[in-house]
Design a protein around this ligand. Sequence first.
Ligand code: HEM
Length: 476
Amino acid sequence: AHKAGQLQRLLHIPDVKFDHDDNQAHYISSTKEILHKGYIKYNKKGQAFRIRNPVDEGSPQVIMSKTYLDEVKNAGEDLLSFPLYSIQSFLLRLSGSILPSLPASHITRIDLNKNLGELAPVMKDECVETFKAMIPPCEDWTTLKPWDTFLPTVARITGRVLVGPELCRNPEWIGLTIQNTQGIMKHAMGIRAIYPKMWQWLAPWTYPGRHELPALRKRAAELLEPVFLERVNAKPGNEKRRDAIQWLIDGSGGKPITPKEVSDSLLFLFMAGIHSTSATIVSIVYDLIAHPEIVSELIQEIKSVQAESPEWSKNSLGKLRKMDSFMKESQRLHPVGLVTVQRCTVRPHTFSDGLHVPANTFMMFPTYEFTHDPETYPDPDKFDAWRFYRMREAGDPTKFHFATVSNDSTNFGAGFHACPGRFFVAHELKIILSELLLNYDLKFVQGTDRPQDGHHDFTVIPCTQTELLIRRKHGV
Ligand code: HEM
């Protein structure tokens, strides 16, 4: 009854389907086609459309046109909620998972961003150390799987900034953060496989995997506890550490806070940050190798910036304008998701043009289509490394940065919830790329073909199996 109910309430929104093989598997492998079809047929005319939700048949998804973006950005949390979307779509309250953490988003938005400049040299040191451990120091070509190299690199650099040197290199901590991210997906699927929607509420009592995520969270809190106690018991005059543990403790405003609360917030940040950044750098590396003509210009830019300021800072990283443009173009062509700005309606709502959506509706925007619309990005399928560099030079130099969000550039979301980690990501990627470009040569094992992305539902995954050849540059 529930299933029919929600669908019934959305029947006034046109649905878009496959002309043939309109089945679950086709949705999971080819959502991109459906989004394109609906974008052309409805979104371009300012209308929303509805598509099947392959993992939750009872909750169709509404794909909004750009004309609704400002209204969605301005809507309060009591009307359109991002945390509620995550809770409902990943069944977070049923699997024993962490929940979206407001304090974690807050300290990323405020404290991490305030400290970015000072953290840049620390991030570079961690990158150099990780490369030493991961890449053979050989001046002959050796093979390397970029996913297996850059996932740990990103985990360590991000970890260094979020949890400091003690935990960021602790293999058990790193393992827990990865298992937590994977476990959330696994258990949402597990619960859906066992229970029809109307019986899912039983999962916290009867689902066989219900103890896994809580046990993992408990262990993470135990690992954090000694570091946590050191911080809370530190003498008042001691210099404070610059990391998320400290900011979360300080942000509690003197209210008692437990290691578990802090470690849950940290697990949330690792979930938001590691996989997305790793996938992005792997795509960037593939594009770098596929377009060797841009390498020397990038190296020249790094060297001229470093000649003025040898140590990375907010200012010097900001001067890597060509690199910034190249990164944004790579993300435009190879994003980590086809849709962003996912929201769930808390109560029924009627938009200003009369579109009515009931409570509990999943809505989202087709970012891939926005960033491949020839009216906004001429020749949209062409890789043009300096596209955004030229837009900055010709137009407004404060716009079109990698970390800029606008109604034409929504890979980091939009409005209040737009990714607060995006400025950090821009720094991290520039530091990793500079290290690679200055010290290593790279090429594909066979030919020069860039590996294709994988697609699963709305997720885009760069090929994790491709092998590259790498060698240390002579004499560096
Ligand atoms: C390339 C890497 C990344 C991408 C593509 C990405 C993308 C996104 C997107 C699309 C959202 C949702 C925005 C919206 O719906 O309006 C988001 C939210 C968020 N991201 Fe990122 N992100 C990345 C890396 C990171 C990192 C490294 C961190 C932390 C250090 C982070 C922390 C967060 C947090 C805390 C939120 C929730 C914000 C809120 O609810 O207000 N992200 N991110």
